[in-house]
Design a protein around this ligand. Sequence first.
Ligand code: 13P
Length: 199
Amino acid sequence: MKLVDELKLQIVDKSLQAFRAGLFAGTSGNMSTYIPEEKLMLITPTSVRYEIMKPNQIVEMRLDGTVLSNGKPSSEWHLHAEMYKAHENIRAVFHTHSPYGTAFAVNHMSIPAVLIEAYFFLGGEVPCAKYATPGTPEVGIYAAETIGDKGGVLLANHGVVAVGKDLAEAYLRAEYIEDAAKIYTFAKQIGTPVELKQL
Ligand code: 13P
């Protein structure tokens, strides 16, 4: 199978897995990967239900917005493109609305590092980027500025972004971001969570 076809299949499989795991509701969320050698971004289409999304609906496009295949890309394609433009090491971007992580984003709070996994998988706390209107380039510009070398970033009043060297790493980080937010929320209800400043 050609690399592009293999990656489209992975995007469809991982998006459906994430939908079933509750990382987003309805048609929210979007996933992409970037192949720099071909200057090609593969991204989920806008507003297609994950139960019926097919690999041939994954949109092929350039980072400047030029669409090379059929279909309309995610309304958040700017977010994905800005992350790739700003960070050469990022090859996959996964935007979720996972509920615990998004609750931090609604409060404009970073997710503190209270578990060792936060350091192993996320590089410490998950920062929150300032608010921008969904779908605008600013969503991506602020996120790309704020993420630094962390594995993810929150979008104020919007959701979560996990990044990685490939789709598998971005997916794993999205799971750990949600876990970190959930455990912190539980810990806060029964006491005073102690932040891990280093391993
Ligand atoms: P799309 O269906 O256009 O990808 O948008 C969903 C979303 O999550 C916007 O934040």
